[in-house]
Design a protein around this ligand. Structure first.
Ligand code: 5AD
Ligand code: SF4
Length: 439
């Protein structure tokens, strides 16, 4: 979502005469888009700001002005504290205020400013669309936020505080945005939301539609051939959505479904509102409709009170499900969240050793999944030229990176690729002359 947000901020700033640069030393304006989900990400902002401050000093010596904006969830959470700790910052702007960036920039010229209100209006309505040239430069696979915020209040998580309560965009607004992307060459859309499968946007008739219906509508947009959505909550994974994995040909056989822990006791303490059995049932329902679905998940290791037995249950769940990939995080206490004040915080050394154990298993599964593709012919959406000369690269239906020899003219098309080799984090193959199985 931060990638998407950064793009939308670039779009609005383009209207103000700014253009993006690859070289930070050249920038008259630096917008730091930030993440508050774990302590490490949040702390990085301050070290980054230190570096940017030095750059600003060098530019000032050359008579150049540099304005510094901190956006994103650290901006939302820290607010005025950022102005205090980082004197070079001109403007602090939360994720719900990007539509006002031009105005805020003007105001902050006179006085350093913090804007972290949750406005009543839909920010997406006032965010300008990217130009055709910008869309082309961003590539054939695009993110579109359809839902934002969260009402679930897991006890470890800052999202309900930084992104606010759940909000779904209207179907009309989403389709208009996607039509525009498709007209400039986008072929794959990933619908985004902190709780994307809780989507409940209004359609043109004023009725509330579910994510499954939205996926159907998006699949009908000419040019869109692949659909993904992330991130989902196990409790919102209903039968209608599971069925879309069979009935909507554009929906790819891949699902990111965070479970966090394999222990009911810990899930309860996390206020996840679902059991391990609910997670198993959600996986099974998607698999029933689309047996070749690959699953990925998120795990928090060392949540307060996590015992060896709880951790063993998590390991067992990973063994049982078999993930194509998984993201594992050491529990990081976040200020203002209930879990940060819980007794029985797990010592860092225990977290470290459990993290290593689970990562070894996840890596093994990831590798095995990739290797299971060798010898198969896969549909690959070609996204870009490859790292080696003459190579092009794209993604398989299961979101695996595939590189092979071919012409850059194929970018934007789905081609058949025979997989010959599995290397670290990608597959190598060759263009097949066999016709593709699926459109
Ligand atoms: N500590 C560690 N991991 C966290 N996540 C969210 N909050 C925390 C935290 N306090 C992880 C969850 C979530 C992912 C986006 O980040 O696994 O699914
Ligand atoms: Fe955070 Fe996801 Fe829980 Fe919402 S459902 S509080 S975003 S972990």
């Amino acid at each position: 979502m931060n990638v998407y947000d950064a793009e939308r901020m670039a779009d609005i700033l383009e209207g103000e005469g700014y253009t993006a640069t690859e070289t930070i030393e050249e920038a008259d304006l630096v917008v730091l888009n930030t993440c508050h989900i774990r302590e490490k990400a949040a702390e990085k902002v301050y070290s980054e700001l230190g570096r940017i401050r030095e750059m600003k000093r060098d530019r000032t010596a050359l008579g150049l002005e540099t304005r510094i904006v901190v956006a994103g969830c650290v901006a939302q959470a820290e607010g005025a504290e950022l102005l205090r700790r980082a004197p070079a910052v001109d403007l602090v702007v939360g994720p719900q205020n990007y539509q006002n960036l031009p105005d805020l920039l003007r105001q902050s010229q006179k006085k350093r400013l913090v804007e972290t209100e949750f406005p009543a209006e839909d920010k997406f309505v006032s965010l300008p669309a990217p130009t055709a040239k910008t869309i082309r430069a961003r590539g054939v696979s695009a993110f579109v936020t359809v839902q934002e915020g969260c009402d679930k209040f897991c006890t470890f998580c800052v999202v309900p505080y930084t992104r606010g309560s759940e909000f779904s965009r209207s179907v009309d607004e989403i389709i208009t945005e996607i039509e525009r992307l498709a007209a400039s060459g986008v072929r794959e859309i990933t619908l985004l939301g902190q709780n994307v499968n809780a989507f409940h946007g209004l359609d043109e008739a004023g009725s509330t539609v579910s994510l499954a219906t939205l996926l159907d509508r998006v699949a009908r947009v000419p040019g869109i051939i692949r659909l993904r959505y992330t991130t989902s909550h196990p409790l919102d994974m209903d039968d209608v959505l599971a069925r879309a994995h069979r009935d909507n040909a554009a929906v790819m056989p891949y699902l990111h479904l965070p479970v966090q822990s394999g222990s009911d006791r810990i899930l309860d303490a996390m206020n996840r509102r679902h059991s391990v059995a609910d997670f198993r049932a959600a996986v099974a329902s998607v698999k029933r409709y689309r047996p070749d679905t690959a699953f990925s998940s998120d795990f928090i290791i060392g949540f307060p009170g996590e015992t060896d037995e709880d951790f063993a249950a998590t390991m067992q769940l990973v063994e049982e499900i078999g993930f194509s990939s998984a993201y594992t995080f050491k529990y990081s206490p976040r200020p203002g969240t209930p879990a940060a004040d819980m007794a029985d915080q797990v010592p860092e050394s225990v977290k470290d050793s459990r993290l290593q154990t689970i990562q070894a298993l996840v890596t093994k599964q990831q590798r095995a999944f990739q290797e299971s593709m060798v010898g198969r012919t896969l549909d690959v959406l070609v996204e870009r030229v490859g790292r080696k000369p003459g190579q092009i690269a794209g993604k398989s239906p299961h979101l695996l990176a595939v590189a092979f020899e071919g012409s850059a003219d194929l970018i934007g098309q789905v081609v058949s690729v025979e997989i010959t080799e599995s290397v670290t984090n990608s597959l190598i193959g060759q263009l097949s002359d066999r016709p593709r199985a699926v459109a």
